[in-house]
Design a protein around this ligand. Structure first.
Ligand code: IPM
Ligand code: MG
Length: 356
């Protein structure tokens, strides 16, 4: 197969981790007879530096005309003092919205080999856990009207949280469809004891659930969910939730699996098109030092093969190579534990390629 991939390296550790993912993709192309064409697209800080804005219309257009987008990470202290609409993160939000990527899937799996990196006690870990956060990505607080104004001589800041039935329904359907291919349990997370948007969320999720009698639905308040994730993470299969709750809970879910450096993500629209990125940030403190963990990005590339290109065998191959590398004892700093071998970002990429 021949595929066009838009590559957004971004800021901080972005370029290093994307380079390793490309190495892995090139190896897969060679092994399975595919051709991957890469087009560089600028976004975030690198785009601000080059063009003055975090995402140009041309960049969005290029992404739109590719088969999928692979992204590193954006942001960094250099651009922290830019006004809101010119921050690197705005580029990420603009591409999510511009490509209508309303469904964000973030699988959090505890690998056997990484149990030592998990901060939870052995009796909680048991034989590990495997969940996926299905996060609504183009609505809610992230995209509602916001302003900072002066009222009665005092500054007042406002952000609005809006959800329509249609927005809730399409993400709920995704959640249930995914659950059907897994352990058939959806935990829908909201704050229905306080928020109107959550009460509507709960109502629509229950309507959708009626079409999936084979899938169990559990409602959970977000504060309780934050607690349950560390108390008993095994209970979760699919966590279905709105944008902001999903942002927070997916970081937590990743940490109980040992490191956010392992957490991949796929952002999908109604078609096969998707944007694939690690769930972690640009880690400016370790950028350019060959210390970053490229695994989340490489797993994101595997998700791209699976969801956008229907290359299941190739995706399995990458996931197995990662398991093999962990078994061989290679560790980047974030997942390092005694008795293993500390390697850099490049060496981790090479080790994965060697196992393909
Ligand atoms: C994420 C990130 C982004 C988000 C930031 C960088 C805007 O934290 O993808 O989880 O909040 O969605
Ligand atoms: Mg986040």
């Amino acid at each position: 197969m021949e595929k066009q991939i838009a590559l957004i390296k971004g800021d901080g550790i972005g370029p290093e981790i994307v380079d390793e993912a490309v190495k892995v993709l090139d190896k897969i192309a060679e092994k399975y007879g595919h051709t991957f064409h890469y087009t560089r697209v600028l976004m975030g800080g690198e785009s601000i530096d080059a063009t003055g804005v975090p995402l140009t219309d041309e960049a969005l257009e290029t992404a739109l005309h590719s088969d999928a987008v692979l992204l590193g990470s954006v942001g960094g202290p250099k651009w922290d003092n830019m006004p809101g609409h010119l921050r690197p993160e705005k580029g990420l939000l603009a591409i999510r919205k511009g490509l209508n990527l309303f469904a964000n899937l973030r699988p959090a799996v505890l690998y056997d080999e990484l149990k030592a990196a998990c901060p939870l006690r052995d009796e909680i870990i048991g034989d590990g856990f495997d969940m996926v956060v299905v996060r609504e990505l183009t609505g809610g607080l992230y995209f509602g009207a916001r302003e900072t104004v002066e009222e009665n001589g005092m500054m007042v800041a406002k952000d609005t949280l809006t959800y329509s039935e249609a927005e809730i329904r399409r993400i709920a359907i995704k959640g249930f469809e995914i659950a059907r291919k897994r352990r058939k349990r959806v935990t829908s997370v909201d704050k229905a004891n306080v928020l109107d948007s959550s009460r509507l969320w709960r109502k629509v999720v229950h309507e959708v659930a009626a079409d999936y009698p084979d899938v169990e639905l559990i409602d959970m308040l977000v504060d309780n969910c934050a607690m349950q994730l560390v108390k008993d993470p095994k209970q979760f299969d699919v966590i279905l939730t709105e944008n902001m709750f999903g942002d927070i809970l997916s970081d937590e879910a990743s940490m109980v699996t040992g490191s956010i450096g392992m957490l991949s993500s796929a952002s999908l629209n109604e078609t096969k098109f998707g944007l694939y990125e690690p769930s972690h940030g640009s880690a400016p403190d370790i950028a350019g030092q060959n210390k970053a963990n490229p695994i989340a990005t490489i797993l994101s590339a595997a998700m791209m093969l699976r969801y956008s290109f229907d290359m299941d065998k190739e995706a399995d191959d990458i996931e197995n190579a990662i398991k093999a590398v962990l078994k061989q004892g290679y560790r980047t700093g974030d997942i390092m534990s005694e008795g293993n071998q500390l390697v850099g970002c490049k060496e981790m990429g090479d080790a994965i390629v060697a196992n393909l």
